[in-house]
Ligand binder design. Structure first.
Ligand code: ADP
Ligand code: TRP
Length: 329
């Protein structure tokens, strides 16, 4: 571990994760924790920006903590904490709200998409979401933020907020870089021109804890034909190849399918069967680990306590520096 190169990332507790979340971010976190001083958190305050049932929140927070640990995050190697348990994040977000131009927030594609999806609830929190995300990030002064491609724009805004803060109040924050995986944008199974997302509905994604039968069924009915009729590989077929590779299929198997594709002899059924086998095999140990963890709630609680205590200490220190620089102390 190198404490001079911290990394930080988080996800919202809005329901079970899918393999897009895993291949685009979480899997990478489990490797990065071996090399860097990492903090990974549960963004419960961000999850409040869309309508939710308060009864579900603790269930989803626990679900995400279990998922992080089942995927291989190790509380001995990284800090895992809950965003709202470190209230300094909200305090710093307010300060960033006073320096981020409204125009920058209006450019955010996630804000545009979500206000389109949730027309009846376009709240101010949805709009200032990136200021809180910048606070989450910069509070811990990381050099990198491992996320999927759709979060790149938010991380760039955090960099621009850091620059503006430093210019106005004196050098305080680093300008962290986005860290992407080779699969930063896994596509939907039924609408392969769009990213795999939980907000689009069950058929579009494969949940990390879905049972093998259901995974196979979804992959076997994945869309493979090309809408455009162009010579390019259809997006759905490309997505299956991507999954096959990212989930750890033998290189020779992928090469054989690719050869068959080029010779126009590839049976999509075979490609789908192999993709299903590979996805199921990749998820098996994670699903088993989760079962173990479910029977040991003390382990999960201890992991969160350790991570939160460490995050609180960092946050106190950063806020003291920030407040001094802003003339609040
Ligand atoms: P969703 O769109 O399913 O609600 P989130 O926005 O909660 O997912 O994303 C959590 C993390 O997973 C982020 O780092 C995000 O960039 C990454 N991610 C989400 N969907 C994908 C995808 N289809 N491919 C790769 N990474 C993804
Ligand atoms: N916006 C991120 C997502 O939807 C979650 C998030 C909140 C985050 N704060 C963050 C990710 C800070 C990285 C760093 O997935």
């Amino acid at each position: 571990m190198s404490s001079s190169n911290p990394l930080l990332s988080g996800m919202q507790p809005t329901g079970p994760l899918h393999i897009g979340n895993y291949l685009g971010a979480l899997k990478n976190w489990t490797s990065l924790q071996d090399e860097f001083d990492c903090s990974f958190f549960i963004a419960d305050l961000h999850a409040m920006t869309i309508e939710y049932d308060p009864k579900d929140m603790p269930v989803y927070v626990n679900e995400l903590a279990l998922t992080y640990l089942a995927a291989g995050l190790d509380p001995e190697k990284c800090n895992i904490f809950i965003q709202s348990h470190v209230p300094e994040h909200s305090e710093l977000a307010w300060i960033f709200n006073t320096i981020v131009p409204i125009g920058e927030l209006e450019r955010m594609t996630q804000y545009k998409d979500k206000s389109e999806q949730h027309k009846q609830n376009i709240n101010a929190g949805l709009f200032t979401y990136p200021a809180l995300m910048a606070a989450d990030i910069l509070m811990h002064k990381p050099v990198g933020v491992p996320v999927g491609e759709d979060q790149t724009q938010h991380v760039e805004l955090a960099r621009s907020i850091a620059k503006k803060f430093n210019k106005t109040f004196g050098k305080t924050f680093p300008e962290p870089k986005v860290i992407l995986t080779p699969t930063p944008r896994v596509m939907s199974l039924v609408d392969p021109e769009k990213k795999m997302s939980k907000s689009k509905g069950e058929k579009h994604y494969i949940g990390m804890f879905e049972d093998p039968k259901s995974i196979r069924k979804k992959i076997m009915s994945a869309v493979t034909d090309s809408a455009s009729g162009s010579k390019k590989m259809p997006a759905g077929v490309e997505n299956l190849f991507t999954l096959l590779e990212a989930c750890g299929a033998e290189k020779s198997l992928i090469a054989t399918f690719m050869e068959q594709y080029n010779e126009k002899s590839l049976q999509y059924k075979d490609l789908k069967e192999a993709t299903a086998d590979t996805v199921i095999a990749m998820l098996k140990p994670i699903q088993e680990k989760r079962k173990q963890l479910e029977s040991d709630p003390g382990y999960v609680a201890d992991a969160l306590l350790k991570g939160t205590t460490a995050a609180q200490a960092v946050a106190k220190e950063t806020m003291k520096e920030v407040k001094e620089k802003c003339g609040l102390l």
